[in-house]
Design a protein around this ligand. Structure first.
Ligand code: FAD
Length: 615
């Protein structure tokens, strides 16, 4: 299989400090930050190389492609030193200012040209990291797949080639899914891969002298520019609010135990968006929520319905839910009580993991009904289906929003202002949609609160017979961990890589959870960081964070977790955060109310002793 490896040169967001910002304007001084090749792109190169090596017919070509100003060539050098045979650099002033839609368009034109000239009629795979650590949108690869009309395998973390098929292990909601595809072209996004490649000395020397073929806007036949083809526009950038956590260093484990008991007892009541007021739409404008595929109405969908209801009443419009697998009357009743006036029922599209099919079906529905606003939860499903739907409908999409509001325009209409974090949460950006009928957003779960169920509400059911995308050769071979853990509890004790082993997880975290339940008379659950899951300490359905679950308990205890931004986004709504870590400088302490410096296992065992003595 031939590969086009997408690599992006990004600022190293982990090195951003207060001095990286201009004190007067508040703008980030990008030039002051060191650059790196996006780490997930390196994982993608390693995974592509692994499956090509398994195929072992030696016929594969590896072409690296980047887009950006001159320093981006460093990413090409890295790709060449790891695996690539050739490198192409999309570098032109006309590419500047491209949003994800316009970037996908530029990449697609370049990929088609490279595939034509380098591979002839042979199939190829486009591989890249699931997202870049500066933009964090995860939109470009699904949009590129939509533009190329290729199937997408998303969130892969392992891969193989056997029996003339490529096999991938991928993350899915609450577990893993094992997919396979034949030797036709496809797009692959990689979430992580445990076996990185390291360049040899001779390969690095060879890479250093390889030319980077420059591709300009004219060479790929781009009309307009990145800026003029964009469907979104940044209207404002600002620093996030100061962290409100207490950040108290507790030096005695006895005191730490007492604080656990106090925090558990202050049970925080889940907020609600209140009850619906009597409301009759005054026009036919529609605000949509795309239902998280599930056999029940997920909390993240109910949260979005409450927000959609609010936005719809501001514009006098109708709140709609688009749901797959033609949900039944009982489901419709629940959705109506949560705020939906109308449900568009889309047919079953096979397996839930076929997010491309779902994105395309939704695209057909959006093209037909032309809603004003479409919201998805920023889940594993939403982060693939939304960009595909947005690309094929030509709609501006803002990923991972944390708040939404409407602003009045001079013509009397409204526009949606979407706020989202960027650069690893170091800045906030307000973005609006331009040049498109529909504004689309993926929204982080937990940002809005579901409304109090209104037993009186009813909704209209509309069947939409969208066509199934054919000609796709992606099979689900097996799945694991089908059930997402129930984190709707008072306290969560979560383990990170610092726990060091599965035994420690089982012998420390699980008994600790039981003691918490007994000593604090509360409901408790065990959780884990992604690193703990990927090292096999805990099951995938326990993962908390951006690609896991978002939680909001009264108390969250993080043991041996460093505090990466992707973990923090999943826990920031917890009332109290307490952490234990052996590194006095670890980032989780700045996100905690109380922290203890020490070995996670030893500390938890001692705390357990104190809690048991209180029984
Ligand atoms: C697109 C994307 C999505 C992601 N989604 C998620 C997600 O959903 N959830 C998530 O958690 N991560 C996610 N990540 C990964 C995230 O960036 C971090 O890599 C991950 O959270 C790190 O997990 P960790 O803190 O357990 O491990 P590490 O970062 O390796 O930290 C381990 C910590 O343990 C401490 N430690 C070591 N030994 C001990 C000891 N004996 N006692 C106490 N402490 C000890 C260390 O000091 C360190 O702070 C995502 C990353 C990307 C790029």
């Amino acid at each position: 299989m031939n590969f086009i490896l997408l690599v992006k040169y990004v600022p190293d967001v982990s090195r951003i400090t207060d001095s990286s910002f201009d004190s007067e304007t508040g703008n980030l001084r990008r030039a002051s930050l060191p650059g790196i090749t996006n780490p997930e792109d390196i994982s993608a190169i390693s995974l592509a190389k692994r499956i090509a090596d398994r195929k072992a017919d030696g016929s594969d070509k590896f072409i690296a492609l980047t887009m950006g100003p001159a320093p981006a060539s460093k990413a090409l050098y890295e790709a060449l030193s790891l695996a690539a045979d050739k490198a192409f650099h999309l570098q032109n002033s006309r590419f500047a200012g491209a949003d994800t839609w316009a970037t996908a368009e530029i990449l697609t034109k370049a990929i088609k040209k490279i595939a034509r000239e380098e591979f002839g009629d042979e199939p190829y795979a486009v591989a890249g990291g699931m997202q870049s650590c500066d933009g964090d949108t995860a939109q470009v690869l699904p949009q590129t797949a939509a533009a190329l009309n290729l199937p997408i395998i998303s969130y892969a973390f392992d891969g193989d080639y056997r029996d003339r098929r490529f096999h991938f292990s991928c993350i899915k909601e609450g577990g893993d899914v094992f997919l396979s595809t034949g030797e036709k072209s496809f797009v692959l996004t990689v979430s992580s891969f445990e076996y990185p490649l390291y360049p040899s000395f001779s390969r690095s020397r060879w890479a250093r002298v390889q030319p980077h073929k420059r591709l300009t806007a004219e060479m790929i036949g781009l009309e307009g520019s990145g800026m003029s083809n964009s469907l979104t526009k940044v209207v404002k950038i600002f620093r996030p609010k100061e962290n409100q956590r207490k950040q108290e260093h507790i030096t005695s484990l006895k005191e730490f135990s007492e604080l656990i008991v106090q925090s558990c007892k202050k049970k925080h009541r889940r907020e609600s968006a209140g009850r619906f007021v009597d409301y009759k739409p005054t026009n036919s404008s529609e605000v949509w929520v795309v239902c998280e595929p599930s056999d029940k109405l997920e909390e993240c969908t109910a949260e979005l319905l409450a927000e959609a209801r609010k936005l719809a009443s501001e514009i006098g419009g109708v709140c709609c839910l688009a749901a797959f697998d033609s949900p039944d009357q009982k489901f419709a009743e629940k959705a109506a009580r949560a705020g939906a006036d109308k449900i568009y029922r889309l047919p079953n599209c096979g397996v839930n993991e076929n997010r491309e099919r779902q994105g395309r079906m939704l695209g057909e529905l959006v093209n037909s009904k032309k809603p004003k606003i479409v919201m998805f939860s920023a889940t594993l499903f939403g982060r693939v289906a939304a960009p595909i739907c947005a690309y094929i409908t030509g709609s501006g999409l803002t990923a991972d929003c944390t708040s939404l509001h409407l602003e009045k325009k001079s013509d009397g209409g409204f526009e949606l202002i979407q706020t989202r974090p960027a650069l690893g949460g170091n800045i906030m950006a307000q973005i609006k949609t331009i040049n498109s009928t529909t504004s689309m957003a993926t929204v982080r779960p937990g940002r809005f609160t579901a409304a109090i169920s209104d037993q009186e509400r009813q909704c209209e059911l509309v069947d939409f017979p969208a066509a199934l995308v054919k000609d796709r050769d992606i099979a689900v071979e097996s799945q694991s961990g089908s059930k997402v853990s129930d984190f709707n509890c008072d306290v969560i004790i979560s383990a990170g890589r610092g726990l060091a082993s599965k035994e420690n997880f089982e012998e420390t975290i699980l008994p600790f959870k039981k003691v918490l339940e007994l000593s604090c008379s509360c409901s408790a659950a065990a959780g884990a960081s992604r690193a703990a899951v990927e090292h096999g300490f805990a099951d995938r359905n326990l993962q908390i964070g951006q690609t896991g679950k978002t939680v909001s308990p009264s108390l969250y205890i993080a043991a041996g977790i460093s505090g990466a931004v992707q973990h923090i986004v999943g826990i920031e709504k917890s009332s109290v955060i307490m952490s234990i870590n052996s590194d006095p400088g670890c980032p989780i302490f700045a996100q905690s109310d109380y922290y203890y410096v020490g070995d996670a296992v030893q500390s938890l065992n001692k705390i357990r002793g104190f809690l048991e003595s209180m029984l």
